[in-house]
Design a protein around this ligand. Structure first.
Ligand SMILES: NC(=O)C1=CN([C@@H]2O[C@H](COP(=O)(O)OP(=O)(O)OC[C@H]3O[C@@H](n4cnc5c(N)ncnc54)[C@H](O)[C@@H]3O)[C@@H](O)[C@H]2O)[C@@H](O)CC1
Ligand SMILES: [K+]
Length: 518
């Protein structure tokens, strides 16, 4: 499913209204109806006449959604109290209409002004079965006003179920940034498309379950090409990863040549070349500097190891280059970089190989470092390469600081992908896959336990394996990112702290089965 910024969502709403002729009030009605249904679902263990709701509303359309929900809940027989924060003179027209309806229905409405109002709010929250958060949606701007902040703090310490409307109030819809406070929701019901801030940190920690309702917005608007962000979720992977045929043989399942490892870093070579097989490719061959051959062949059984002449103990350089080019002819994909080392000659070899080989390439770790010494060389690569930097490696490649990169991550990543004509898998707590055409895919799986040595090596091998198997085509990088994250989540079921890269490796086939089976 695509994900939208606040501006894109506003644009979609406007087009639904102005081009398709759907009234704003109708969209709000649909939204409010869905909210009421979900609220009753959250309270389904309580008889409807005993259900008690506390609706916290701002004066924008988010509050308006809350007013419609209040009406539907009242009509169903639930007890509803509505608390309004903000200046009612600033009601949006649609919020005002629905507020007036509630007044006509003699709904229990309180405007939070005095200390007494705050006390009443506190008590109502304590005794409610569900709080509906209709304070702020995509219209948040600037620092939170003090009354909203105070209200959020009361909700967050109440220990009651919370249904947030569109966004957990306080989370920036464009970035996921929480400036000061934000509601921690049990469920967030969002409209049209999920907003970027629901997917990114720290916003994603505030959402609880996310439910998306399209509220009658025409599908053409929700799938427009100019919305260039998409979540990598189960549906995405199922749509893009074809099933393996029955009549395959190892050669037809994809062959990956891995150039990885140096003295002290044989583990990186093993993890990446083994991940190639564990994710499903048929053949994995690892190039080794000759003095590492014994250890690498001891550590690998299914991966074939080819020793080549070295320039220093455990270090590959010019002397291996022609051999590698020759060997690579038989492979579908070349993966370079995990633990390969940063010797000048190694770096030069990596750059020359990447430019000369007319093959799909996955460049990780030290291969990315090699290009940071001459970034423009990346543009000479014949096919669109996949680079898998973490934020530090990306900043180093672009010769900027990590904090500058973080401040404007999406824009910088988009520009870099376009400039270098490369696919960037930007590894962080929310890994992004950025394409030269500006499309960004954001993963929805993975956990903090995966911040562990070797996790990136497994990812590089996973992606190379998926590219080689040719079942996910242009979407191999996001599919690989998802399967790696899912494998990490499966491994994390036994505890996230202490999860090691080998655990992710072991769970790759299970992750893939989970996608194939469902
Ligand atoms: N436009 C549409 O067609 C639809 C909009 N919908 C709802 O409308 C929402 C967006 O509505 P709006 O654009 O009116 O915006 P919001 O209702 O999200 O926020 C605007 C209100 O919040 C206040 N506010 C903004 N920043 C604040 C801050 N830092 N501290 C305290 N108060 C602050 C403003 O004064 C204003 O009252 C969506 O999130 C969604 O819930 C839905 O009704 C579906 C249809
Ligand atoms: K909200």
């Amino acid at each position: 499913m695509k994900i939208a910024s606040a501006e894109q969502m506003r644009q979609i709403d406007n087009e639904a209204i102005n081009q398709f002729g759907i009234l704003e009030i109708a969209l709000m009605e649909n939204a409010g109806h869905e909210i009421a249904k979900e609220a009753m679902n959250l309270c389904k263990d309580i008889a409807i006449a005993r259900q008690s709701y506390c609706i916290l509303a701002g004066c924008g359309n988010n509050g308006g959604d809350g007013f419609v929900a209040a009406r539907h809940l009242m009509n169903n027989g639930a007890k509803v109290k509505i608390f309004i924060l903000g200046n009612t003179e600033h009601f949006t027209p649609s919020a005002k209409i629905n507020y007036n309806v509630l007044v006509n229905m003699k709904a229990e409405i309180y405007h939070i002004v005095s200390e007494r109002d705050w006390n009443r709010l506190q008590i109502s929250i304590t005794f409610s079965d569900c709080i509906i958060d209709a304070l702020l949606g995509t219209g948040i701007h600037g620092q939170l006003r003090e009354n909203i902040k105070k209200c959020i703090q009361i909700v967050n310490t109440s220990n009651r179920p919370v249904l947030s409307i569109d966004m957990p109030s306080g989370v920036n819809a464009n970035t996921g940034v929480v400036e000061s406070d934000a509601i921690f929701a049990t469920t967030t019901i969002t409209f049209g498309l999920p907003k970027i801030g629901l997917i990114m940190y720290p916003g994603c920690k505030h959402t609880g379950n996310i439910i998306v309702k399209t509220i009658g917005i025409p599908n053409d608007l929700l799938t427009k090409e100019d919305i260039k962000q998409e979540a990598i979720d189960e549906a995405f992977v199922k749509a893009h990863l074809a099933s393996r045929a029955d009549d395959v043989y190892k050669g037809s399942c994809g062959k990956v040549l891995t150039l990885a490892g140096s003295t002290g870093y044989t583990g990186a070579a093993c993890l990446s070349s083994q991940a190639v097989l564990k994710i499903g490719a048929g053949i994995s061959t690892l190039i080794s500097a000759e003095s590492l051959y014994d250890i690498l062949s001891m550590k690998n059984t299914e991966v074939m190891v080819k020793p080549l002449p070295e320039i220093l103990p455990g270090v590959l350089g010019d002397s291996a280059m022609e051999n590698i080019k020759d060997i690579a002819k038989d492979f579908d994909v070349v993966l370079m970089g995990p633990g390969l080392g940063r010797n000048d000659e190694t770096c030069q070899m990596v750059r020359k190989l990447a430019i000369d080989l007319d093959k799909p390439l996955v460049l990780d770790a030290d291969a990315i470092f090699a290009f940071s010494q001459a970034p423009d060389e990346l543009k000479k690569i014949k096919q669109v390469p996949i680079l898998t930097p973490h934020l530090g490696e990306m900043a180093n490649l672009l010769h900027i600081t990590i904090s500058d990169l973080k401040d404007n991550l999406w824009e910088i990543a988009r520009k870099a992908a376009e400039y270098f004509n490369a696919i960037f898998v930007l590894k962080s707590e929310k890994t992004l896959v950025v394409y030269p055409d500006g499309n960004i895919f954001v993963t929805t799986v993975g956990n903090a336990g995966m911040a562990t040595a070797g996790s990136g090596d497994v990812l590089a091998g996973t992606i190379a394996g998926i590219v080689a198997e040719k079942l996910a085509g242009k979407m191999s990088a996001p599919v690989g990112v998802y399967l790696h994250g899912l494998a990490g989540d499966l491994a994390g079921e036994n505890g996230q702290a202490g999860l090691i890269a080998g655990d992710i490796l072991l769970n790759l086939s299970k992750a893939r089965k989970q996608i194939d089976n469902k």
